[in-house]
Design a binder for this molecule. Structure first.
Ligand SMILES: [Cu+2]
Length: 443
């Protein structure tokens, strides 16, 4: 029911272009939009190769980049007409590793939910407003030093839409020796993979960033223009952005969801853990104490962010050379949690993987008659054996004069930080390679 209401709202507000996009979207909603290979003439049933020899994906869909310190990232990309850019089989190989270490089975956006503060308009930009069909052509200037790859989009055609490039990130580390006679330092570099999708007047940059130290960052940047239809906020729910006290742009939220299917060391059957630390005031002559508790998340969870609370996904079968289980920590960026809908209310969800559960809200995949269509309702006590992590990062956008024109990019996102994936800093210079564990005490 909500779906049709929102489509009506989309068409009313976003003009005929949106109607067409929405119609095209409906038409393709049930046809699974699999990888669209540029080599479409390839026979469908290629001779089966042994699993070990089979490449992860065709060369046109492969991304491989070696960065500073000898770290190599590998992945496959594809394009989904609803979710946009999808990255599969993401692996990380620091110089010290003999083989690539699988991190993610699949990662993508799972919704951009945009409710306006006056309650009159509410959009699901991915599955209700044509995000995927709004893929933009990129000029070389907006992919500096990189490669722009053509993307075949079903019912749209080929768009020069995928940028892969590298970018300096500054210090990877710095350390002076005890005698202050030597400084070890390194300058890091990131692999960037991004697309731009236009939804009505907004343009969203979907950016993935892979660092030489094993960190992944996912961010969405919103730019373009404020909606010219939403200047009716004389009810105190907006901000005047033209001369004087006219032209009140209506405040709204961008609740961005990502869907992460981990696959640490090649297995999707990862464990999830929640950590909480509580601080107590000092007693007597002692200092304040902190107690940290680790709670295994064995059942589906709707998690709420809290100070000193964090989650990690742990490999069931992979250990680093120190004998510690490999894991990735989910590190959220700043977020304004929107209390308005069940699915926006929580900051992270862990659900047992189900193929039909693809979008955090307004899920247009077929989960059966009467099945709920949002992530909050999929959390119903199932044991968590093959977890999907849904990350929700909200931004409450109260417009400002600077938003015209064009609107400066505002970013929201999170990082995935390696924890014990390698036994040491993957960028450790050879001279320090023996400094693992408690150092010798000064005499
Ligand atoms: Cu906005």
């Amino acid at each position: 029911m909500r779906f049709s209401t929102q489509l009506a709202a989309a068409s009313r507000l976003r003009g005929t272009g949106a109607v067409l996009a929405a119609a095209a979207l409906l038409a393709t909603a049930t046809a699974a939009a699999g990888p669209v290979s540029p080599a479409a003439a390839e026979p469908v049933a290629a001779p089966a190769a042994p699993a070990a020899a089979r490449p992860d994906c065709s060369a046109a869909h492969r991304i491989e980049q070696t960065l500073d310190g000898g770290t190599t990232w590998r992945m496959c990309w594809r394009y989904d007409t609803d979710a946009g850019l999808v990255l599969d089989k993401v692996s990380y190989q620091p110089k010290s590793a003999a083989a690539p270490i699988r991190v993610l089975t699949s990662a993508k956006l799972a919704q951009i939910h945009v409710p306006y503060d006056d309650g009159k308009n509410e959009f699901d930009d991915l599955t209700g407003a044509g995000f995927g069909m709004g893929l933009q052509n990129l000029k070389p200037a907006e992919c500096p030093g990189g490669t722009i790859t053509p993307v075949r989009v079903a019912d749209l055609g080929t768009v020069k839409g995928l940028c892969t490039t590298t970018r300096a990130r500054g210090h990877a580390y710095r350390m002076a020796n005890d005698q202050m006679t030597k400084v070890w330092q390194a300058q890091g570099k990131d692999l960037l993979v991004y697309t731009v999708n236009k939804v009505a007047w907004y343009e969203y940059i979907t950016e993935w960033r892979f660092s030489s130290d094993g960190t992944i960052a996912a961010n969405v940047g919103a730019t373009g223009s404020l909606s010219p239809m939403d200047y009716n906020a004389t009810d105190g729910r907006g901000w005047p952005i033209g001369t004087g006290a006219r032209s009140y742009a209506t405040s709204h939220a961008h609740n961005v969801f990502w869907r992460l299917h981990f696959g640490l060391d090649g297995s999707p059957k990862d464990r999830v853990e929640q950590f909480d630390s509580t601080v107590t005031r000092p007693t007597g002559n002692g200092g304040p104490k902190v107690r940290t508790v680790r709670t295994p998340v064995t059942k589906e969870l709707a998690g709420d962010a809290k100070t000193m609370r964090w989650w990690r996904v742990v490999s069931q079968n992979g250990k680093n050379k120190d004998g510690h289980a490999r894991s990735y920590e989910i590190v959220p960026g700043p977020s304004a949690t929107h209390d308005g809908r069940g699915f926006t209310r929580h900051d992270i969800y862990f659900t047992q993987a189900r193929a039909c559960e693809q979008f955090a809200s307004n899920n247009i995949r077929d989960c059966g008659r009467g099945a709920p269509d949002s992530v909050d309702k999929w959390v119903n006590g199932e044991p968590l054996v093959n977890p999907i992590a849904w990350v929700n990062i909200g931004f409450h956008h109260i417009a400002r004069d600077e938003d015209q024109q064009p609107m400066p990019v505002h970013w929201q996102g999170f990082q995935l930080a390696p924890r014990d994936v390698t036994a040491m800093n993957p960028l450790t210079p050879p001279a320090l390679a023996n400094e693992n564990g408690q150092p010798d005490q000064p005499r």
